[in-house]
Design a protein. Structure first.
Length: 185
């Protein structure tokens, strides 16, 4: 009997692990192979689109985190027929912005959002490629909330739960949806 692999298993086989990058001991999960194969890219985007087409899950707008969240977020927004807004690294947006600084392992980083990117009451889906420590997604959530939007869910292709980000985000009240979990791998 032939069984079809789950979306999780199918996508996992197309994620490249690069050892010791960007630093020794780090197992980098590279999603670029998911984007290179049109069938794999379709399976991945469809998994998100089908979830967010459901009644009660449909956002008013999709926000993508710099930079890989732009790729997935823009495609999902297009397929859902809603707008897309980028949350950028500081200094990249030309109009009036709000900003949020968050801590990294060594130092800090700041992300920005145009003040007119969302309206009070907008239901926003926040997307990135992966969840590691959760700092970037948490900063994105805070930015959207500063403008009065409600982040209905955080979504990512990959969760690296051992780094604590998904727990941090869920503990803050943000529901999460991820396609591939690399716990203990």
């Amino acid at each position: 009997m032939h069984t079809t692999p789950s979306v999780n298993d199918y996508l996992r086989t197309h994620i490249r692990t690069v050892p010791d990058w960007p630093a020794p001991g780090v197992q980098f999960r590279d999603i670029t192979p998911l984007l290179q194969d049109p069938q794999v890219f379709r399976v991945m985007t469809d998994a998100f689109v089908h979830r967010y087409m459901q009644r009660g899950m449909r956002p008013d707008v999709v926000a993508g985190l710099d930079a890989r969240g732009f790729i997935l977020g823009a495609v999902v927004a297009h397929e859902l027929g809603v707008g897309f807004v980028p949350i950028r690294k500081k200094g990249k947006l030309p109009f009036t912005t709000v900003e949020e600084t968050y801590e990294l392992e060594y130092g800090s980083a700041t992300v920005e959002l145009h003040t007119d990117a969302v309206k009070a009451g907008d239901r926003v889906l926040l997307i990135d490629d992966l969840i590691a420590t959760g700092g970037t997604m948490m900063a994105g959530k805070r930015l959207l909330e500063k403008l009065g939007a409600t982040v209905i869910e955080g979504a990512a292709i990959v969760d690296l739960p051992e780094l604590g980000g998904s727990t941090l985000l869920r503990d803050s009240g943000l529901p999460l949806f991820t396609l591939v979990d690399f716990a203990g791998h």
